[in-house]
Design a binder for this molecule. Structure first.
Ligand code: DGL
Length: 298
């Protein structure tokens, strides 16, 4: 499929009161949107979940890139001042393509780089990453973290990635606190070799899929306090705030006054009752999802 690159020069100039565009393969990215809403109450968001094409985690990198570019161009054409790729699978495979398609001037923030930066700053040595097949197959976390450690002159760091494709569907089903989650998580941790009996062989666990933060309590129950469960959404929200500040694009504080959910727009490419119900769990409150986006026929 050929993706038409839109011309950056045909876009209206960016204003600090413009919305932030944020997208995911579905509604998992709402965990990031929620953290952004908490951290930046004055910002408005245009969220797009590509529910018609999910899961991205089982797609080829080429197809994830094609979808991601098309969505980013849609968000840019809607006047978004920044693009947040709130999907690990798309961050791992499509960041450069998204940047190239929207052109310079629109900051693009993905969900991998801020977490790598955080772990590198902490000097985390034994890191486990769980994610979809697309994310783990790309090796993005291991490669980036090893590079960051090497750049800081640190040696001996161990980063291992493990695909955990059963988790997103279970969470999507609303089973993040269901008793079945514990043996599934434990089974994956044991298969990865990060848990042996009472031993914990990692210091930090990256939840490398935007669905997983919903199951953070189940991970904590299995791993105990000795392993840090990395809080991706809030780390990413801070990175978005920093990028906006750098570019002089932070929303005026007055925009926070009297602002409710209606200040944001939440779109999905396929709207079903299930997505409406799950979206409420992912965002922590009811989300006014509407059908829309680049594939939507008016
Ligand atoms: N939200 C996606 C991610 O972070 C996972 C769901 C999917 O496979 O589409 O990778």
């Amino acid at each position: 499929m050929v993706v038409k690159m839109s011309s950056p020069s045909s876009r209206p100039s960016l204003a600090s009161d413009a919305p932030i565009g944020i997208f995911d393969s579905g509604i998992g990215g709402l965990t990031v949107a929620h953290a952004m809403a908490q951290a930046m109450p004055a910002e408005r968001m245009l969220y797009f979940g590509d529910t018609a094409h999910m899961p991205y985690g089982d797609r080829s990198p080429e197809l994830v890139r094609t979808y991601s570019v098309r969505i980013a161009e849609f968000l840019a054409a809607e006047g978004c001042k920044a693009i947040v790729i709130a999907c690990n699978s798309a961050s791992a495979t499509a960041k450069e393509a998204v940047e190239a398609s929207v052109g310079p001037g629109i900051p693009v923030i993905d969900v991998v780089a801020p977490v790598v930066k955080y772990l590198s700053a902490k000097g985390a040595e034994r890191v486990g990453v769980m994610g979809t097949r697309a994310t783990v197959g790309s090796g993005i976390y291991g490669r980036s973290l090893r590079e960051a450690h090497a750049g800081a002159g640190r040696t001996g760091c161990r980063v291992e990635e493990w695909p955990t494709p059963l988790l997103a569907p279970l969470i999507e089903e609303g089973w993040q606190s269901h008793a079945i989650m514990l043996p599934v998580i434990e089974g994956y941790l044991q298969s990865a070799g990060w848990v042996k009996g009472q031993d914990r062989l990692i210091d930090a666990l990256v939840l490398g899929c935007t669905h997983y933060p919903l199951a953070a309590d189940a991970f904590r129950e299995v791993l105990g306090d000795a392993v840090e469960i990395v809080d991706g959404p809030s780390i990413v929200a801070s990175a978005v705030a920093a990028a906006l500040l750098d570019e002089g694009l932070t929303a005026p504080p007055s925009q926070a006054e009297g602002k409710g959910l209606a200040a944001h727009r939440f779109m999905v490419s396929d709207l079903t009752e299930t997505f409406v119900r799950s979206a409420q769990r992912f965002f922590g409150k009811e989300v006014p999802l509407v059908p829309g986006g680049p594939w939507f026929q008016h």
